[in-house]
Structure formats: C-alpha cells, structure tokens
Design a protein around this ligand. Structure first.
Ligand SMILES: [Ca+2]
Length: 375
C-alpha cells in the first residue's frame, strides 16, 4: 500500500490526505467521519490507509466527480463521499466501496443513478434520489450480473413512470442490511430476477406510490425483519414468485390498493412465509394475500384487510389485531402483555428471538430482531 503513496505526486490521487511541499502524499490520521447518525455505519475506523479515495462535490478533495473517482479507483478501493449531491455513476471497477458521510446522495437526473455491471460493489451510507422518468427506462440502481452489497442505503424522493423501478437486480448476488425506501412516487419498486441470490434484512419500505417488491426467476432469497407500510400499489405489493424464497418477521401494514384489485402478498409454491403480519390493507379490492398452490404459510397474522384477507390454511395463523404500540406513528413494537404475537412464531429454534425465547411474530422477532427502523 505504501507503493501507492510513493507513486503519488502533485495533482495525482492522494487518498484521504494532502500533498506536502514536495508533492509527497501525507495521509490523514484517520478516515474522515462527519459523525452523522443518519448515514453513518462506521465500523470503528479502518486504521492504516487501505486504498481510500476522497470525493467531495464542493471541490475540497482530490475528486469532485464521483465518476472520475470510480474510474480511477484500484481494485478494492474505498471511495469516501463527503456530504453533498453527486451525479449518476456507472461502476465498472470490481471491489469498489462507495461510503457516504453525512448526507451523501447520488442523483440520477436523466440517467440511472447507479449502474453496476459484472462487478463487486458496496454502497454504504448513500442516498439514491431524484430520477425523472420522462419516457426513458431509468432506474435508481441497475445491477446486472454483479455482487452488490447495500448497507444503510436510502432510496428517497425518486419519481418516474410506473413501469420503471427503484432497483432492478438481474442475476445478482445481493446482500442488504439496512435499506430505507421512502417517499418515492410512481416508483416501480424493487425487482430481483434472473436467478442469483438475495440476503435481505432491516428494511423499511414506506409512503411510496406505485410500489412493488418482486422476487422471481429462481432468486434464492431470504427476507426478514422488514416493514412495508403505507404504500400505494396495484396488482401485487410483495410478489414472491418462483422461489426458493423464505420470508419471516416481516410486517406488511396499511398499504392501499389503488387499481383494479390486488394483494398485499402474493405467493407461489416454493415460498415460505413465517412470523409475519399482513394487515390493514386498504381499498375495496385490496386483499391480504394470494396463496396460489399452497405455499408454506404459517405462524402469521392475517387481519382486517379491507377487500378480504384471502385464502390460506388456518394452521397456526392468527386472525387477530397484532397490538402494535403505535402503528400510526410507525411504532410496530408489540404491546407487552397484550399482543398475541409474543412467542407465537415458528417454534423451530432457528427462528428464536435474541433472548432465546420462541420467536415473536412481527418485525422485531427472530435472530435479527435487534434493529431500529427509521423513515
Ligand atoms: Ca419471544
């Protein structure tokens, strides 16, 4: 890594540091960190320089253009993004991490905000926003045949035409830990298809219009500890189609069907859903679930969906108010002593809560139940 510094001269890349009078790069003592709670998932500091490039939209670092920094990055590089808004970027470098500090956002404008093709890419603490789908096929994030990791990523304030999408992953291996999708309009949603895998937890999808989540074409998906609330949708909101897909501890609550009829949750064979809540779907044609050909659906709450709850085998499912503390204010924790969801989840030990007890139904049960949703 020191070889990198030795080659660094005036006007050249200098990582998180500055050039001295002789043009030799002097690295900063520690990675820059705004201390923001919002977009910061600092792992405690990387220690010695590990191939970090600094990008600041205001011109105060080596790079102001995110695309230029990505194109210059060596394999395994980390690009630290100062707070600010950056233009759309295409990533054709492998092992690249984009790490945002403070409010770092990438705006698609007239392009897909982030395109990842056949590479391994990490987005950490980044907001994707602002594409306007004026007749073009535009996405927030387009993943093609790549390995993609999203940590503490937000999709916010996107608008487009309803056929377009926030995220499309075609034959990608995707890991998500911390994703907030809020306040997007005519959005499309999240689409995973063409095989590959999805390992997703700690997700909030709220207050979007035209939203759909779809996993299809044999995507090997595990989805848990998520809240999908207060979105408008048509047809199917969460569509798990051609698995294997396993979903548990997910709350689907208060979404409104605005088209000709649809389901908050649609399932086909090879789908397993446990410890989840499908409730308060709004609209006279807004149904709770479509459970075609008997997916494995058990230990869930299906309650008060306006059109109808939908057909499912009773088994250990409950048709009861889950007794969340304050769902109108996005508090989906369980009311102690009142909620029927406590210890009512799948009794297999792999689903147990962190305290070792049988799984609770809802977004905070199970081994990944320790998280704090934010809007
Ligand atoms: Ca429990």
């Amino acid at each position: 890594m020191l070889v990198f510094f030795a080659a660094c001269g005036p006007g050249q890349i200098c990582g998180p540091g500055t050039h001295d009078a002789d043009g030799v790069c002097v690295p900063d003592a520690a990675p820059r960190d705004s201390g923001s709670e919002v977009n910061d998932s600092d792992d405690g500091g990387e220690g010695a320089f590990d191939g970090t490039y600094e990008v600041c939209a205001d011109g105060s670092a080596e790079f102001s253009s995110l695309q230029a920094a990505v194109d210059a990055a060596s394999e395994g590089a980390v690009l630290d993004l100062c707070p600010g808004a950056y233009d759309w970027v295409t990533i054709e470098r492998t092992g690249v991490t984009l790490k945002g500090y403070g409010e770092a956002s990438i705006e698609g404008k007239t392009h897909t905000a982030v395109s990842v093709d056949s590479q391994a890419v990490v987005l950490d603490g980044i907001t994707l926003t602002g594409h306007a789908g004026t007749g073009l096929y535009l996405l927030g994030l387009d993943c093609q045949y790549a390995n993609l990791t999203l940590r503490d990523v937000r999709f916010e304030g996107m608008s487009g035409e309803s056929a377009y999408n926030g995220l499309v992953a075609n034959t990608c291996d995707v890991v998500v830990d911390g994703l907030v999708v809020v306040d997007n309009s005519d959005f499309g949603g999240l689409t995973f298809y063409g095989g590959g895998s999805l390992d997703m937890r700690h997700v909030v999808i709220a207050n979007n219009s035209g939203f759909r989540f779809i996993a299809t074409d044999s995507v090997d998906a595990e989805i848990r500890n998520a809240i999908v609330a207060n979105n408008d949708f048509d047809d199917s909101l969460v569509y798990l189609y051609i698995g294997p897909v396993r979903m548990w501890n997910v709350v689907i609550w208060g979404n409104t069907e605005v088209g000709n009829g649809g389901w908050a949750l649609s399932m086909n064979p090879e789908i397993e859903v446990y410890n989840s809540v499908i409730a308060r779907t709004q609209g006279s044609n807004g149904y709770g679930l479509s459970n075609a050909n008997a997916a494995s659906f058990d230990y869930n709450v299906v309650w008060l969906n306006e059109g109808a709850d939908g057909t499912y085998e009773t088994q250990n499912n409950l048709d009861l108010d889950p007794k969340f503390v304050d769902p109108d204010n996005f508090d989906f924790t369980l009311e102690p002593g009142l909620s029927p969801c406590v210890d009512a989840g799948n009794p297999l030990s792999g689903y147990n809560d962190l305290d070792g007890t049988r799984a609770d139904i809802g977004a905070f049960g199970g081994p990944d139940g320790d998280w704090t949703p934010t809007l």
